[in-house]
Design a protein around this ligand. Sequence first.
Ligand SMILES: [Fe+2]
Ligand SMILES: [Fe+2]
Length: 126
Amino acid sequence: MIQLIEWRDEFCTGIDGVDYEHEELIRHINSLFEKAHDKQSMINSINEIYAEIAGHFVLEEQIMKNEKYDQYEEHRQDHAKLLDDIGDIAEAYESDEDITKLQQLMNDWFVEHFKTHDARLHRISK
Ligand SMILES: [Fe+2]
Ligand SMILES: [Fe+2]
């Protein structure tokens, strides 16, 4: 069974709370994806994954706002872009059923976003 996101050690930011939440997020996203065995359940799972990720972003954005984080705007925009991209892929999936696009997007995005924006969040805790 393919996984939507493959955990990599480089995802570790070194901030316990953030790392824990990211691992939970990836585990949950993968399990939603694995449970989807037909087109309708896959569409439902994509919607749940979207909601789950959006929830994680709300939390991160709230923390950044509270701490008057200097790169709040750039970080928030990267979150918004991923949600847009997932929305586009969900629409495309409904017509052509190519789910590998979602898998590719999620992996590319997580690798990039975790390494850059999320890793930089550790400055907040200092
Ligand atoms: Fe995050
Ligand atoms: Fe983030």
